[in-house]
Write a protein that binds this ligand. Structure first.
Ligand code: SF4
Length: 206
């Protein structure tokens, strides 16, 4: 989940300025938010000496939902960089994914259509939860009261063996910035309020 096939080329600066329907200001804001999350995650992973190697329980098989137009639009920017044949192939996988869950709602382990050979095809454009999942974290309510959450299954197994000391990951700051961004985006583009979808569902709407 943390690895990707996208080259280091910066599409946001080189290619996407003036992209139809999405102002560069929003692209820049989403990019900065994601960069902040990635940098926090890398620092925390270094602190724990934790990586996703040797994990068989790919979190890309977890049925995550994504709620914002911002994540949808950013993922679409990445999707639009793919060859048409690749897009069609991925759309086929996305259709199978959604069909499978329609008939097997209890089954929670099906691979995301963007995962290829354990790598994310749209790593650079992946949604927020794909960037945050794995390490233990906290959220804070408006009175700054914190609630703590475990890391993923593999993290907790290693923690018990290696006696990790918790490093603060406060997701609230990222959630709040995403909420602000989303609010502004909805206002500027007159968008509806709910956009709940899986990655597969988003791909089918591209
Ligand atoms: S978008 Fe799909 S393949 Fe990419 S990191 Fe998220 S779950 Fe994994």
């Amino acid at each position: 989940m943390r690895l990707g096939k996208i080259s280091g080329r910066n599409y946001l600066i080189d290619h996407v300025v003036g992209y139809r329907g999405l102002d560069i200001t929003f692209i820049d804001r989403i990019g900065k938010l994601y960069a902040a999350i990635d940098s926090m995650y890398e620092a925390a992973a270094r602190h724990y000496h934790f990586d996703c190697n040797d994990c068989n329980a790919s979190c890309c098989q977890t049925r995550f939902y994504h709620y914002t137009h911002a994540e949808y639009m950013y993922l679409k920017l990445g999707f639009d960089t793919l060859e048409d044949s690749k897009k069609d192939y991925i759309k086929g996988l996305a259709a199978k994914y959604e069909d499978h869950y329609k008939h097997n709602p209890e089954d929670s382990r099906m691979m995301c259509p963007l995962n290829e050979d354990s790598l994310c095809i749209l790593y650079k454009w992946r949604p927020m939860i794909c960037r945050l999942h794995g390490l233990p974290f906290e959220t804070q309510d408006i009175n700054m009261v914190a609630t703590f959450y475990d890391g993923c299954e593999m993290f907790m197994q290693r923690k018990n063996k290696e006696g990790y000391v918790y490093m603060t990951i406060n997701r609230t700051i990222y959630y709040r910035e995403m909420a602000r961004l989303e609010k502004d985006l909805r206002q500027v583009y007159n968008l509806g309020t709910s956009n709940k979808d899986t990655v597969a569902g988003m791909i089918l709407r591209f």
